[in-house]
Design a protein. Structure first.
Length: 324
């Protein structure tokens, strides 16, 4: 069943709730409609506010956002009101989107500050893993990764074998042969003893806003409890693509080190990132698999190719930041 975001009755109900929680001073707009969420913008007596409704498979997002705001309120959106049962929340405006600020490689320094602040948030909530799971955040800890990959390989339809943008038969067979390598990578990463914690899992320049000089991370609906360094798979890949940075080049290394600084010993942890970048690629393929599985069948063709893409990137290898 498709989400109700455009149903007039649902919109009327949402707007009533909005008006019960804010003094709306103008027209309510709906600039964002996706299968997983919708966002409405409303001018209010307190400035612009944003209403977000989340689909059932990411319904924990309002609870998680409110929780993180209690831990570090300057790192995440300010939640003005929330209905956790309906997965609705009303947030204060986040400022300018990072994507609108960064236009070239010369602007990559913004990511250095974002990643350091984000790492500090990850570290701060590390002791709260059980609480995060109780909020509904997905459990994607390392120990279960090999089994999840093996189960995914059983779903040939989702892998689009020998279809355009899908895995080839040869790639599929190679992945099956390399399952012991996946287990070895997971064991090596776990042996480093870095605690698992919240992991945004889709941290790119469209998810970060600048407000009063602070960088605020939005859109936690993809978040999981996992290895913290898996974050860098999406972030470094997106930064390299959008800013024209060389994978594994000096700009990417600076971003990596800025992220690692709060964890301490960036030089010693650099090899750990190399492992996590590879396991994170698999984890991201699994994330897309979960999303596609939750969508109505008519939506599968629009997003399905992202699943084999992640597996192909694992086979390809390459330095951190590699995206094609």
């Amino acid at each position: 069943m498709p989400p109700p975001w455009t149903d007039p009755r649902w919109k009327a109900e949402a707007e009533r709730w909005i008006r019960d929680h804010a003094e709306v001073t103008g027209e309510i707009e709906q600039p964002h409609i996706e299968p997983w969420s919708t966002v409405m913008r409303l001018p209010s007596a307190e400035g612009d506010l944003w209403f977000k409704a989340v689909a059932a498979f990411a319904a924990f997002e309002p609870r998680l956002t409110a929780h993180l705001a209690q831990v570090m309120p300057d790192r995440v959106p300010e939640v003005v009101a929330a209905d956790f049962e309906r997965a609705w929340m009303l947030m204060r405006d986040g400022g300018r989107r990072l994507r609108e600020v960064m236009t070239s490689a010369a602007d990559a320094h913004h990511w250095e500050r974002v990643l350091a602040r984000y790492a500090e948030l990850q570290i701060a909530v590390t002791p709260q893993v059980d609480e995060l799971l109780e909020l509904g955040v997905r459990d994607q800890r390392l120990a279960g990764l090999p089994a999840r990959v093996e189960r995914l390989l059983e779903n040939r339809e989702r892998l689009m074998i020998d279809e355009p943008e899908g895995l080839t038969s040869a790639q599929y067979e190679e992945l099956r042969e390399r399952l012991p390598e996946v287990r070895s990578l997971v064991d090596r990463l776990a042996a480093e003893g870095i605690p698992e914690t919240i992991q945004h899992d889709d941290l790119h320049d469209g998810q970060v806003f600048i407000r009063n000089g602070d960088y605020v991370v939005f859109d936690w609906g993809d978040a999981v409890v996992s290895h913290p360094f898996h974050t860098l798979t999406v972030t470094l890949r997106a930064a390299a693509w959008r800013l024209g940075l060389e994978p594994g080049g000096p700009e990417i290394i600076r971003l990596r080190d800025a992220y690692l600084e709060p964890f301490g010993r960036p030089d010693q942890l650099a090899p750990v990132v190399e492992i996590a970048y590879r396991t994170g690629t698999l984890s991201r393929a699994l994330a897309w698999h979960r999303l596609v599985a939750a969508l109505p069948p008519e939506e599968h063709a629009d997003y399905g190719e992202a699943v084999p893409y992640g597996l192909q990137r694992f086979l390809q290898g390459g330095p951190i930041g590699t995206w094609e």
